[in-house]
Design a protein around this ligand. Structure first.
Ligand code: GLC
Length: 445
């Protein structure tokens, strides 16, 4: 973990290329980004052999925590004996997620599908003898959930990949260009396979930081995917050739610069399943983070890891259930909305309906009392609590009849009306929202 942080610091600036300095213009991709923009919630699945021995995904052998031999031995116990893709898809749908992203291959090079190109796959080298991706995507599609393929560009166990262990690499690309060209052909080939066989709605690349855009043939790779499916969305880890930003674990405090972004975050501390990791985020924490991302124009890609037999820890199941129940009560204020009003008007996250005639205010935790809204230059038609539909009263305070400055809106939230996690208050306005953003005083308007 610490090593990873140090590594990230070393690569700071080159890690996780921000699409803000991208070659891709927002206006050129706006149309295909529509579903992503409305989707808000995705479930990330790190499925792999690393779930067997209580080690971190790929990084454990790369960083010398376990020998490569022992790491690879995990393949023998990756059974997927209870893998039920329909149940996975039900769980994801029930949580309210609109898309899912699964690892087709992590940095360890073990594909979770039937690759004809690599030596390592869940089909050939594990007792599972199964392609995980095909049936999973089929089940997702039956439920109208978009399908995302995580693909690691890094392949630390491939003979032709230069990187291997943190202090040991195989070769230098400049000295052996033909070997690197062989690897390029290989990874391009795997991308073609995934594209032809599963046609992902979204590509989630990872590991671009180990090489430049030229070395990854990023432009050509992007074109190849788009030639096959012009609507496919590509995450921002393709050295400047992706469609959206991917802040990881570390929560953005200010809104990321590029129009589309997604926070990927683990439910506990690891991407894959680890029996020893019990540091779960609570439903309250996940929901508050989710709301915060959405109110800032982002999505949450919440990560879970299945066990080697293909089942999930009880906490994953129960937390997704709580999240789903919350979405059923409050989803109107989340899905298909746009980011809310600037901070300062309300002390909490907000969203707006697309016609900006409805404002949604989010209030954390069990609470009651008067909530203040500043600078709202509209008439309020109605205020209700989502989920229960309880109507709320309000009062306008400090409105001076001859001044253009709006009064303060105080909304009464009685006891026992709040949600157990986050309450969503729906404020219906007479017209698209208009905000007063002056400095007050009788000369300003
Ligand atoms: C990082 C890690 C990787 C993980 C990914 C998910 O880039 O290298 O292990 O799969 O983030 O966002």
């Amino acid at each position: 973990m610490i090593k990873k942080i140090i590594l990230a610091a070393l690569f700071a600036g080159t890690t996780f290329t921000s699409v803000a300095q991208n070659k891709i213009a927002a206006k050129d991709i706006a149309e295909k980004m529509k579903w992503f923009e409305d989707a808000k919630l995705g479930i990330f699945i790190h499925a792999g052999i690393y779930s067997v021995a209580d080690v971190s995904e790929s990084w454990s052998f790369h960083n010398g925590k376990i020998s490569v031999e022992d790491y690879m031995k995990q393949q023998k116990s990756y059974t997927l004996s209870k893998y039920d893709p329909a149940a996975w898809a039900d769980m994801i749908k029930d949580a309210g997620a609109r898309y899912a992203v699964i690892t087709t291959k992590h940095h360890d090079g073990v594909a979770m599908y039937d690759t004809k190109l690599g030596k390592l796959s869940s089909v050939k080298t594990t007792p599972a003898k199964k392609d995980m991706i095909k049936p999973f995507f089929e089940e997702l599609r039956k439920r109208d959930i978009k399908c995302g393929a995580y693909f690691s560009l890094i392949d630390w166990t491939h003979d032709d990949y230069p990187g291997f262990l943190k202090d040991k690499s195989r070769y230098d690309i400049k000295k052996e260009p033909a070997r690197w060209a062989r690897f390029q052909k290989f990874f391009q080939g795997q991308i073609k396979e995934i594209s032809d066989w599963y046609n992902p709605d979204l590509w989630w690349f990872d590991g671009d930081w180990e090489h430049s855009a030229d070395e990854w043939q990023a432009e050509k790779t992007r074109k190849m995917m788009l030639d096959r499916n012009p609507n496919t969305i590509i995450n921002g880890r393709l050295q400047g050739y992706g469609d959206y930003d991917t802040p990881e674990q570390n929560f953005p405090v200010v809104r990321p610069a590029f129009k589309w972004w997604e926070l990927c975050m683990t439910m506990n501390e690891n991407w894959g399943y680890r029996v020893s990791d019990n540091n779960w985020k609570t439903p309250y924490e996940i929901i508050t983070i989710f709301v915060d991302a959405v109110s800032n124009g982002g999505n949450l890609l919440l990560d879970i890891g299945p066990k080697p037999d293909g089942t999930y820890p009880e906490t994953v199941v129960s937390t997704l259930k709580e999240l789903g129940d919350w979405n059923r009560r409050n989803g109107e204020g989340i899905f298909g909305t746009v980011p809310g009003i600037p901070l300062g008007h309300f002390y909490g996250p907000t969203t707006l309906s697309k016609d900006s005639k409805t404002l949604y205010l989010f209030v954390h935790g069990k609470t009651s009392g008067q909530l203040m809204l500043k600078g709202l230059d509209n008439k309020i038609q109605d205020i209700t609590v989502l989920g229960s539909n309880v109507k709320l009263t309000h009062k306008i305070v400090g409105k001076i009849s001859w001044s253009a400055v709006p009064g303060l809106v105080y909304i009464d939230l009685p006891e026992n009306t709040s949600d157990k996690y986050v309450t969503c208050i729906k404020v219906t306005l007479d017209a698209p929202i208009k905000l007063y953003r002056g400095q007050g005083g009788f000369l300003t308007n």
